[in-house]
Design a binder for this molecule. Structure first.
Ligand code: FMN
Length: 185
């Protein structure tokens, strides 16, 4: 049971986790955009680990993956996402509901990991969207409306680079892969 590992990462945080996973599982991490022939790539494989950054509650690249790869043919799908929000059941449920509900076929496991923020590495559109979000939060603050923890965090890190990645948080995913490997023996 050798899982495939595919990821999409705009500013490098998901990539860091993907590389660490690849090293620990002795497999290769493949960038979604670099895969040209999906049929050849997936031949004889039944388990996929997919990782993508979280953008407006959507897992980066996951829709495109679904369009290119018949996920229902897999036996196991393990999805991780990296976001700036503090991990909580509410965040996990929201992301799961918006991205993974209704997917039929494989057993699905989902992991939320903390990523980071690096404004300068963002593309033009994402920079614009983030400035809009910042304006909205600034406005809320000016009106005296209390900010939630995510909003406070956003204002604090906006023009700096912050990295909340922690490779120890990959343990639950790794343990699940080891268990799958044992059950395939
Ligand atoms: C336009 C935009 C939207 C984002 N939306 C979310 C979000 O909905 N939830 C969240 O936790 N983080 C959000 N983030 C933060 C990213 O998920 C975080 O930076 C992530 O670690 C990026 O991963 P990557 O560098 O691998 O693409 C957003 C960032 C940008 C630029």
């Amino acid at each position: 049971m050798n899982p495939m590992l595919i990821y999409s990462s705009k500013t490098g945080f998901t990539e860091k986790y993907a590389h660490s996973l690849a090293e620990q599982l002795s497999i290769q991490a493949h960038k979604l955009e670099d895969i040209k022939d999906f049929e050849k790539f997936t031949q004889g494989k039944d388990t996929l680990i997919y990782g993508g950054g979280l953008y407006a509650s959507g897992i980066d690249g996951f829709k495109s993956l679904q369009n290119r790869l018949p996920l229902e043919a897999l036996r196991h799908l393990l999805v991780f996402t990296t976001g700036l929000s503090l991990p909580s059941d509410a965040v996990k449920q929201d992301v799961y509901g918006k991205n993974l509900v209704g997917l039929e076929g494989p057993s699905i496991s989902f992991y939320y990991l903390r990523g980071g923020f690096h404004y300068q590495r963002l593309g033009k559109l994402d920079k614009f969207l983030m400035r809009l979000l910042k304006m909205r939060i600034d406005h809320k603050k000016k009106r005296g409306t209390p900010l939630n923890e995510d909003e406070k965090g956003m204002l604090a890190v906006f023009y700096r680079e912050v990295d909340f990645t922690n490779m120890n948080d990959l343990q639950p995913l790794l343990q699940d892969i080891y268990a799958l490997k044992r059950s395939h023996k």
